[in-house]
Write a new protein. Structure first.
Length: 347
């Protein structure tokens, strides 16, 4: 595995970051009105949809790390874009070899936007657990991101992955209104329309982990700016150990989570035997880092940090919503431990 980003990956991060920084629609806008597609949604879906898509699935051989670099940049700036959810759905289909051909041009160039409908571990929607009961011929998935704003769904169930249409969408109140959530009733797959998930679930889970790492970095940057500019007792507050140590710990946790996410992506791309363990560990670490960084950001802002007018709570909202996607960190930590014990016993 390369220890540094390639020049192309650096350019991807820089370009996506520039698109995000110039965005006029923010996460705050959704607090007082309905979700609106940011202006950067179009260019992202149209021009970056091939990132991380293998050649066998219609891509150009771009690595999964290329995609994660772009998603991390969006998470850092809290852009309310459908791009990360769309690419998580694309990655879910990429791993299902029999369905990779369904990634036609209208999906890869953003004309048809998908979102993943995978349920949560220990509940309906993840292989090895029962399906949610619904009316005959339907399957229910809960808390699906951008369901009302999507053109289709990459659904995951006991039998594998299939592309589904919505038979009904019931909006839910999202802790982060810039990431709308809904309960979705999906048409059950037709016979022969389901493909084995392969490594698709791992690939899409890492997309969420990368966005969480970006959220953590954004919260740290906001807190660091406050620490550099806010003065108390004649000194900038960043000079006090009680502030500096919190930011240092948040930065350390974020760096560890990002490194682990990148390694997990490399392991998945190269079919390493430890790929599954690394994906679970990365998702758990990313969620923990994002929530911790957002909480520290609130503390560094002091009393102002808990007000609606300040921005720290926006990062905490996004961190909580994304941490719950594809399984909470607590579940991934348990799975990491289970798999490590199993591997130790087998060895």
């Amino acid at each position: 595995m390369r220890a540094t980003f390639t020049q192309e990956q650096l350019e991807i991060g820089k370009t996506v970051g520039s698109l995000a920084e110039g965005e006029g629609v923010t996460a705050r806008d959704a607090l007082s009105g309905p979700w609106r597609a940011p202006a950067c949604d179009g260019p992202l879906l149209r021009d970056f949809g091939l990132l991380g898509v293998p050649e066998a699935a219609g891509g150009i051989g771009s690595s999964l790390i290329d995609l994660l670099v772009a998603v991390e940049a969006l998470g850092e700036r809290l852009v309310p874009s459908r791009f990360p959810a769309h690419m998580a759905a694309v990655q879910l289909l990429c791993g299902a070899g029999a369905l990779s051909g369904a990634l036609s041009g209208d999906v890869l160039d953003g004309r048809r936007v998908l979102t993943p409908a995978v349920g949560v571990p220990g509940a309906p929607g993840i292989p090895g657990t029962p399906e949610t009961p619904g009316t005959p011929g339907t399957v229910v998935r809960t808390l699906v991101r951008y369901a009302a704003q999507a053109d289709g769904f990459a659904a995951l169930g006991d039998g594998g992955v299939w592309i589904a249409e919505a038979a009904g969408i019931a909006p839910r109140r999202s802790l982060d209104p810039s990431v709308p959530l809904s309960d979705v009733t999906l048409a059950a797959p037709e016979p022969g329309g389901v493909a084995l998930a392969g490594d698709g679930l791992r690939r899409s889970t890492l997309v969420v982990a990368a966005e969480l790492c970006g959220v953590a970095q954004g919260a740290i940057d906001l807190a660091a700016e406050q620490a550099r500019t806010r003065r108390q007792f004649g000194r900038v507050i960043g000079s006090f150990q009680g502030v500096a140590f919190q930011l240092a710990e948040a930065a350390t946790m974020r760096k560890a989570a990002w490194d682990l996410t990148l390694y997990a992506a490399w392991a998945v791309d190269n079919a390493r035997p430890d790929a599954e363990i690394q994906v679970h560990a990365a998702k758990a670490a990313a969620g923990r880092a994002a929530v911790f960084a957002a909480e520290r950001c609130i503390q560094v802002h002091g009393g102002m940090g808990i007000t609606m007018e300040a921005d720290p709570h926006l990062f905490l909202r996004r961190a909580f919503v994304l941490d719950a996607a594809f399984g909470r960190g607590s579940w991934h930590r348990r799975r990491t431990g289970e798999l490590r014990v199993r591997a130790r016993r087998a060895g």
